[in-house]
Design a protein around this ligand. Structure first.
Ligand SMILES: C[S@@+](CC[C@H](N)C(=O)[O-])C[C@H]1O[C@@H](n2cnc3c(N)ncnc32)[C@H](O)[C@@H]1O
Length: 290
């Protein structure tokens, strides 16, 4: 698994810009403080940020919207899991997510394990310190390179209890991984966690019924990121992702395109200020009892 830490910076900047909107898919008052200096400046220069995101980075726009959709989807799934008594939350590739600070309501019920590269976590700790944010006692940083160490091995030296159910989030990662690495990660989670544990993830959608417009957006996005050295390695239909997770021992609670999630959220929040292309999807899975 190898994704540049800079993607975490971009995610924080997207979340920070999103806070200005009237309709918010995710509330993140700490995103701006967690951005690096140059991105913080850019986010503050509104007209410049607007031109950059609408025009210069327009190929990236579908994934920018995906950042917001997946964050809402993941946290709603987590809320349901917490209501059902799950008390461990593992954020795989947490980046600069401020969950532990902005969701005190859920933190009251959870131990949170953030897994990321050591260098990324060092940057995050430094930014938290500068922002005067003291990590809560139940937030556990687990430094690991998941390209070398499987998820459950990384958690072995932490306070994670494999005998109790857990909620794993794998958001913003799968498209950079091959099918085999995703399958191995799912197996590692399945083998090392209690029955009833949950996984939420997002993936590139290989939709046989995709519109020509969506296919064009997907090709533009793939070309853009490949040119910048972060090629996308996998895409799945909803049925293929469900089959991959089933092989690892997970039943599908839901698989849904981000386009359909956009419609769901528009019903919850009112019309969204943007249209979601059908090139990404989210999935929610539960480890079956064997
Ligand atoms: C795009 S960010 C996702 C942030 C957040 N989960 C989200 O949904 O917006 C990807 C994160 O994965 C981390 N990452 C990439 N490769 C990794 C690896 N080999 N081991 C551990 N973390 C990795 C990066 O450092 C980065 O923070």
């Amino acid at each position: 698994m190898n994704i540049r830490g800079t993607t975490a910076e971009l995610v924080a900047a997207i979340r920070a810009m999103h806070q200005r909107g009237r309709v918010r898919l995710v509330e993140d008052p700490y995103a701006l403080a967690l951005c690096g200096r140059s991105l913080r400046l850019l986010v503050r220069l509104r007209p410049v940020a607007w031109v950059i995101t609408r025009w210069m980075l327009r190929a990236l726009r579908p994934s920018m919207l995906g950042v917001l959709i997946r964050a809402r989807y993941g946290e709603q799934a987590l809320e349901a899991a917490v209501r059902e008594g799950i008390a461990q939350y593992v954020i795989i590739g947490a980046g600069l997510d401020s969950f532990a600070f902005r969701r005190a309501d859920l933190m009251a019920h959870l131990d949170v394990f953030e897994i990321d590269l050591p260098a990324m976590q060092a940057i995050k700790r430094e930014r938290l310190r500068k922002a005067g944010l003291e990590p809560p006692a139940r937030l556990h940083f687990v430094s690991a390179d998941l390209g070398r160490v499987p998820v459950m091995q990384a958690l072995a030296d932490s306070a994670f209890d494999p005998g109790r159910r857990a909620f794993f989030s794998l958001l913003g990662l799968t498209y950079y991984l091959s099918r085999d690495v995703i399958a191995a990660t799912a197996r590692s989670i399945s083998e090392g966690s209690a029955a009833g544990s949950r996984v939420v993830l997002d993936h590139m959608l290989d939709d046989p019924a995709a519109s020509p417009e969506d296919l064009r957006k997907r090709a533009a996005l793939e070309a853009y990121v490949a040119k910048r050295g972060e090629p996308m390695h996998s895409a799945f239909s909803l049925a293929e992702m469900s089959a991959l997770m089933a092989e690892a021992g997970f039943g599908t609670i839901e698989g849904i395109s981000m386009k359909d999630l956009g419609e769901r959220y528009a019903e919850e929040l009112g019309p969204l200020p943007f249209e979601i292309p059908g090139i990404f999807a989210c999935g929610y899975f539960e480890k079956s009892v064997t």
